[in-house]
Design a protein around this ligand. Structure first.
Ligand code: PEP
Ligand code: MG
Length: 311
């Protein structure tokens, strides 16, 4: 019986009415792939690449990066794998890439800004990804962190395509890109909402600072309204919209995100089972009602209560 239970397939993420909601994993290292697959990951929605860069004083070679990306992609044949370009700076400082003398590193040269400043690091990373892609069967998507403008979107997607990658998108984690989502999605193939930073920048509350923790909820209607703008940008352009921040790991909020129009959810492997179970309890119509109730609230607590009451 134990063997039968272990072998029972985990059904893909879906609402009660059958609407598919792919459940993808956030990974910080290829070694997490096996656990994510065992827990039913339908692919990878966020592969953070910082681990490759943290242990050394310079960027890793193309060959060593390609080996890690290949290990990851080989674990997900036929599945979508979204790899994020290096996100250095602010909460992820890197000695060889980050300016140490910034007064406000979260508002400084971080994410795509730091890669653009040292474009050879970005070119090497994208080249390594193209090489790994050529020798595996996963559906590789690449995305840039901390994108603020349409022009940055054009820069990143053009470079990714020049270097041989087929699908290139951006993270939406700055309010400017949520507001400009339709324009950004006119250029990018997809967007993935990073709610950890989107909350930080919307509420002007440092994600590392306990004294402002009361402002850091992704349930805040200001954040939900921005997410809705991104989802509408996705509808306007026919492009997929994921969420890969911590918000997707909160089962009730996951339903609200789908109700707002988000098409895929990515989270730590440990959260996938509970999120999948909650999604299966709600229809698309109910998720939309929950989203509308949360959007109409004036603070995070009442948004949560309103979504629960509408469920
Ligand atoms: C986010 O900001 O929500 C995100 C997924 O990226 P990170 O947590 O790595 O900044
Ligand atoms: Mg982020």
């Amino acid at each position: 019986a134990r063997a039968a239970a272990a072998a029972a397939p985990i059904t893909p993420g879906a609402l009660a009415d059958g609407t598919p909601v792919p459940i993808l994993a956030n990974l910080g290292d290829p070694s997490g792939a096996a656990e994510a697959i065992a827990l039913g990951a339908e692919g990878v929605g966020l592969f953070r690449t910082e681990f490759l860069f943290l242990s050394s004083n310079e960027a890793p070679s193309v060959a060593s990066q390609a080996a890690s990306y290949q290990e990851l992609l080989a674990a997900f044949p036929g599945k979508k794998v979204v790899v994020r370009a290096l996100d250095a700076g602010a909460d992820k400082p890197l000695p060889f890439l980050t300016d140490a003398d910034e007064e406000n590193p979260a508002l400084g040269r971080r994410g795509l800004r730091s890669l653009r400043h040292r474009e050879n690091v970005l070119r090497d990373q994208l080249t390594a990804l193209t090489q790994a892609d050529a020798s595996t069967d996963a559906d590789l998507w690449v995305m840039a962190p901390m994108v603020a403008t349409v022009e940055e979107t054009e820069y990143f997607t053009a470079l990714a395509k020049e270097l041989g990658l087929k699908t290139a998108g951006v993270m939406v984690e700055i309010p400017s890109s949520a507001i400009m989502a339709t324009d950004i999605l006119g250029v990018a193939d997809f967007a993935s909402i990073g709610t950890n930073d989107l909350v930080q920048y919307t509420m002007a509350a440092d994600r590392m600072l306990g004294s402002v923790a009361h402002l850091q909820s992704p349930w805040h209607p200001a954040v939900l309204r921005l997410i809705k703008m991104v989802a509408e940008g996705g509808k306007n352009t026919g492009k997929p919209i994921g969420v890969c921040g911590e918000a997707a790991a909160d089962p009730l909020l996951a339903v609200v995100l789908v109700g707002l129009g988000v098409t895929t959810l990515s989270m730590s492997a440990a959260a996938m089972t509970d999120v999948r179970a909650e999604l299966s309890q709600h229809t698309a119509a109910s998720a939309q009602r929950m989203a509308e109730a949360a959007l109409a609230a004036t603070d995070a607590e009442s948004a949560t209560a309103a979504a629960r009451a509408a469920a």
